[in-house]
Every structure is written in C-alpha cells, then in structure tokens.
Design a protein around this ligand. Structure first.
Ligand code: ADQ
Length: 508
C-alpha cells in the first residue's frame, strides 16, 4: 500500500456504487445518490466512521477516478462490455439467480461466464485491499461477489470480512447443480461472518458446506480445515428506513397525491396494487391469473375494483426477462380487452420507475397490496407498504415464499401457486372488517418500526465483530487471539431463530 493512499476502517463492496450518473443540460457529469435501503443503512453507520464503497459505476469501459459523495468515498471498479454481458447478465443473472430462486426458469451454464465472474471478483478484491485500513471491517454484498471474501483474505489477512446475501441461499439439491459449487463455497468461507435473510438460508449454506466440501459443521459454524478457522452463518433480515419513509408518507403533498391518484382512477371502492421489478420470481403472472379469474367469475369487477401494476424495467438483455415482459403485457392486454369497461380499465399497467414520493403516495392509495413472489430473499415492498400506512388503512397480501413473511406473519398469507387459495385470500383481504385490518396493520408496523434498516446494519456489524476470532499468522495487525467460543455469537443466533415464527425449509 502506498503511504499517500486514503484508507478506511469500513469498506463496503457491492456490484453497484450507490450513485447514478446523470448528464446535466450543460453536458456536465453529476452523480446522484440512488435511494436504496442499503445506502440509507450505510449512512447511519458511516456517520460515526468514515467509509469507502467499492462498486461498478454502471457504464462499461474505463472507471471514473475515485471520488467523495455525501461523506462516502466511492471507489469505482471498471467492467468491460464483455464483462457486463458475461459476469453480470450471464453468470450473476442467468446462472446464479435462477439456481438461488428455486430454478423457476432453467439456469444457463457457460464456462466463459464463470471465467468473467472470477476475473471481476478478483478486481473487486484488489480494490477492497487497496482502500481498507489496517484491521478494517470489510462488508461484501450479495451473490455477484461470492469469491471476494476468500480473495480479500489472501491479500489482506488483517481485515475482518463479512458477506450478506440479499437473495435466498438454495437448498443443497439445487446448489449442487452448479459446476463451480466448491469454488463458490470456498469463496464465501473466506469471510468471518456470513449473513442471510432467513435462518433457512443460513442452514442451507451450512448443509452445502458439510455435504459438498465435507467441512465439519456445528450448528451455525463451519470449520475451515487447514486454516483453523470457524465461519458463522446466521440470519440478519434486512429492513427499510422506517422513520425516514414514514416521515415522507406523512407529508401533506404526498397524502394529497394519494387522494389524487384514487380520484384519477375514478375513486374505486377497492384499489389493488402490485409493485415489482419485472422479474419471474415476483409471481406477477400468478397474481394476474387470480385477478382475471375473480373478474371473469364476476366476484370482482371494474369500476368498483381496479388493479394498478407497477413493473420496473429489469435485466432486459436477459432472454427470460424479455419473455416474461411479453407474457405480462399480453395478459394485461387480454384482461383489459375482455373485462374492462369504457373509462374503467381492469388493470393499469405502468412499466416505469418512480420517485420515492410517488411510491409512498401509491402505497397510501392502495386498499390491498399484492406481494406474491414465488421466491424472494426479503421483499422490501411489503415492508415499505406497511411503513407508509400510518393511517392503519390497507391490507397486505403476502406470499409465504418471501423472507418478509417470516417477520410479517400477521399479513394475509398466500401460496401464489395455489390460484384458488390466492383468490380466496384476496377476497378475505378486501372483506375483513376495517377494525380487524387496523389491528393487523398496527402489528405489522410495530415489527418494521422495531427492526428497521439502521438496526439491521448495527446488528450485522455487531455480529461481524463478534464472529469467532482467527489465529493471527502475521505480526503487526490488530491482535486476533486463537479461536474461542463466543457467547455473543451464540446469543445472537438464538435471537435470530426466535424471530422466525414458522421456520420453513427453502426446498420445495
Ligand atoms: P429486489 O428483488 O429488487 O431486491 P425488493 O426487496 O422488493 O426486490 O426491492 C425493490 C425496491 O425497488 C423497493 O425498494 C421498491 O420500492 C423499489 N421499486 C420497485 N418498483 C419501483 C418503481 N417502479 N419505481 C421506483 N422504485 C421501485 C433484492 C432481493 C430482495 C431483497 C432486496 C434487499 O431480491 O428479496 O428484499 O434485495 O435485500
């Protein structure tokens, strides 16, 4: 490390930097903070200690020089156009994503995609090693960077390494299909602590290490033989910025916009809402099927009832996503063609991104929120909806196959594969007396308020600090004594278990 290089005690590594490039009217480049929950969580952590963020800036080709933005040091990593295709669209989104989401669509395996994934992970690891201060905490995010923990450990044995998986971790029967399964597990085992959305995900990981690597495991610990280390895997479910979002939803202009949305839809008795990235994991087709049947059976109908489906454009260069978009748009066209009336569409389909204010207004306008994924690591939309309902109005229909359901079990639970059951649940969410719905909403809101994204980040970093100590091979770094049982870690793991009302196996 050159002495003049700026280094940081906390380093985040994520596929994307938390900013988007904007070209202003006078041709200047500006970086705008993307509003994601992860950034908000990090703000709360980085307020007390300066931090760096290593990630891709979003354009292929040369990376911009490192720069500071709102108190975070941003360190861009370059990706060539071929790497965007092979590492990001290919291996991350067409190999790993389907395997980690129950193979809802078949996964594609290409050795050149794997080579690109490895090369990009190596580049990220080198960038992390450059900006991490002696003994720093390095927090790696998500499935795109699973090799980074072991690569960073090789370069910088002095730092403490954590990884958090935003998506599910698959059961070993599915994970075993990956030709590079051993390398991925070994990559992750370079970390000190691995965080997952649900306990079932952490258990799937531990089982994969036992069955596919023959690693000794005990409860939430995996022993890395040869390195005399133990790695802990536990659930720390992510959340939303409850107070920030609630404050936004209470703004008079946002509340007025919610009323305006309802009025412009003809003031329906029941406004149903779906908000998703246009992804096959989100169960949009199942939701539309249930809705279409309810309309054709005349159990619901416009103008009294209408559905707004917001579908954010996503991964449009991946074939499965293009096919899905065509299917959804055909279905929406058919439903409206068959079942709408003049001036009263049955489905309002919006293929756009919206600012946070508009999302908060939409959430407040909706009587029934339909969250019906076939598999979802958490699903922040469910938590955002209840956060915005400070009026205690509305009802949340929530799939059992989301991480969110493990915390929000008072919601109207559904199995999206069971179309008949989903129809019944939608009707129940509409017809339950307002007083009972308010009671449910109050309980859901309490859960999210108590477990917001700031608490998630604090809990994660505390678990990382409390992870089993590593014997220190080199002199000079902070003292890291020999492996010993860690009472804080054990306590934290039982806490995570207690949070899950109905532990459920991921495999189906
Ligand atoms: P995603 O699959 O992207 O995230 P989700 O958790 O629902 O899914 O987050 C989507 C975010 O995008 C929400 O904050 C939502 O408000 C926003 N959004 C959706 N449509 C929008 C639109 N049209 N305009 C503006 N904003 C929109 C992955 C995992 C999830 C996990 C998160 C966080 O797949 O399971 O919950 O990471 O860990």
């Amino acid at each position: 490390m050159s002495p003049e290089r700026q280094t940081f005690d906390l380093v985040i590594a994520a596929n994307r930097l938390p900013v988007d490039k904007v070209i202003t009217d006078d041709g200047e480049i500006e970086w705008r903070r993307s509003p994601g929950g992860l950034v908000t969580a990090m703000e709360s952590v980085m307020r007390t200690q300066p931090g760096a963020w290593v990630g891709w800036a979003g354009d292929s080709g040369e990376a911009p020089e490192p720069f500071d933005e709102d108190g975070i040091h941003l360190h861009p990593v370059a990706l060539s156009a071929e790497e965007v295709r092979d590492y990001y669209e290919g291996f991350s989104n067409d190999t790993l994503w389907p395997i980690y989401h129950d193979v809802i669509v078949p996964a594609t395996f290409h050795r050149e995609w794997w080579a690109a994934y490895r090369a990009v992970n190596e580049r990220f690891a080198r960038a992390v090693a450059e900006v991490a201060a002696e003994g720093a905490r390095v927090w790696v995010q998500d499935y795109q960077l699973q090799l980074v923990p072991a690569l960073v450990r090789e370069l910088r044995p002095d730092v403490r390494i954590g990884w958090f998986n935003h998506i599910p971790f698959p059961p070993v029967e599915l994970f075993a299909q990956l030709p590079w399964r051993a390398q991925l597990l070994e990559g992750l085992l370079g970390a000190d602590f691995l965080g997952f959305q649900r306990q079932a995900d952490a258990r799937n990981f531990v089982r994969a290490c036992r069955q596919l690597l023959g690693a000794p495991t005990k409860r939430d610990l995996v022993t890395v033989e040869g390195q005399h280390r133990r790695v802990r895997a536990a659930a720390i479910p992510i959340s939303v910025d409850f107070h920030g979002l609630e404050e936004l939803a209470k703004r008079p202009d946002v509340m007025a916009r919610a009323r305006e949305i309802r009025a412009s839809l003809g003031d329906p008795e029941v406004l149903m809402l779906g908000v998703d990235r246009l992804d096959y994991t989100k169960g949009i087709r199942h939701r539309l099927k249930a809705y279409e049947e309810l309309l054709s059976e005349r159990r619901l109908g416009p103008p009294e009832v209408t559905l707004v489906q917001v579908a954010t454009p996503s991964r449009e260069r991946v074939e499965a996503y293009r096919t899905l978009r065509n299917e959804i748009e055909q279905t929406v066209g058919r439903i409206n063609g068959d079942l709408a009336k003049i001036g009263a569409p049955a489905v309002h389909y919006l293929h756009h991104s919206y600012p946070r204010e508009e999302m908060a207004a939409l959430f407040q306008a909706a009587d029934v929120m339909l969250v019906t994924p076939l598999r979802d690591g958490m699903n922040l939309v469910a938590k955002e909806y209840v956060t915005c309902r400070h009026d205690l109005g509305g009802a949340l229909v929530l799939s059992e196959f989301t991480g969110a359901w493990h915390e929000l079990h008072q919601a109207f639970a559904c199995n999206p594969h069971d179309i008949e059951g989903l129809k019944q649940t939608i009707l129940r969410a509409i017809n339950t007396p307002a007083k009972d719905k308010q009671r449910i909403m109050r309980a859901l809101r309490r859960r999210v308020a108590d477990h917001d994204v700031q608490r998630w980040a604090a809990r994660y970093l505390a678990a990382l600090d409390a992870a089993p100590e590593v014997p220190q091979p080199t002199a000079g770094g902070p003292s890291r004594s020999a492996e010993k049982p860690n009472p804080a870690a054990v306590q934290d793991s039982s806490h995570a278990a207690a949070q899950e009302p109905a532990p459920q196996e991921a495999g189906r």
